[in-house]
Design a protein around this ligand. Structure first.
Ligand code: SF4
Length: 198
């Protein structure tokens, strides 16, 4: 169902206020200079963990964990994500998603199955291409952010504070943008821990 590059069976920091497992999905279409999960970026790497193993672990954790977060890489790259979300919800878990928003249509298909979204905003949208190396990434992210903030799903916009976003008032612009949406941008320091390599 999913190509999975890593799994964290227990975390308190990846879904606000909840005990969660994190499934690290393989593949991302962008190439941010500071990416801390380089081993997750290629799509064609063989899965490190079978989806069935994840489901078995979750069966054992029913009643012990609140939520399952799909992270990456970029989870919305994978067509099987809506089915995976459905399967996790059927086990009784809340569902969370970490996304940077490169695929707005796929994100829209997942939103009805999500209880919480943490969306990474990397810079003002007109600066994205320079950071991600992909033309049009800013438009995709802007569309995804609009979908998230109008979805009714609990969410958080976050930014990794690297040298690029610190430059040229980009961070202040981003904070003003999110404030204009009625939210508050959550700042994350350049990471610290990476996804476990499977
Ligand atoms: S969007 Fe995230 S996973 Fe993809 S390259 Fe950028 S930091 Fe890495």
């Amino acid at each position: 169902m999913l190509t999975i590059g890593g799994l964290t069976p227990f975390t308190t920091i990846d879904y606000p206020g909840k005990l969660a497992a994190v499934v690290f999905c393989q593949g991302c279409p962008w190439r941010c200079s500071y990416c801390h999960n380089q081993h997750l970026l290629t799509v064609d790497r063989q899965a490190g963990i079978a989806w069935q193993e994840v489901m078995q672990l979750l069966e054992q954790r029913r009643g012990l964990l609140d939520a399952v977060v799909f992270s990456g890489g970029e989870p919305t790259l994978q067509p099987g994500l809506p089915l995976a979300l459905d399967a996790v919800r059927r086990l009784g878990f809340l569902t969370g998603l970490h996304t940077a928003g490169p695929f707005p249509e796929r994100l829209a298909a997942c939103l009805p199955q999500l209880d919480w979204v943490g969306m990474d905003l990397k810079a003002p949208f007109d600066c994205y291409d320079a950071l991600t190396g992909v033309t049009g990434s800013g438009q995709a992210a802007a569309r995804s952010a609009e979908l998230v903030r109008t979805s009714g799903v609990a969410h958080q916009f976050r930014t990794t504070v690297d040298a690029f976003v610190r430059a040229e008032d980009r961070l202040a612009i981003l904070q003003q943008t999110v404030a204009g949406w009625g939210g508050q941008l959550v700042l994350q320091e350049l990471r610290i821990t990476a996804a476990p390599a499977a």
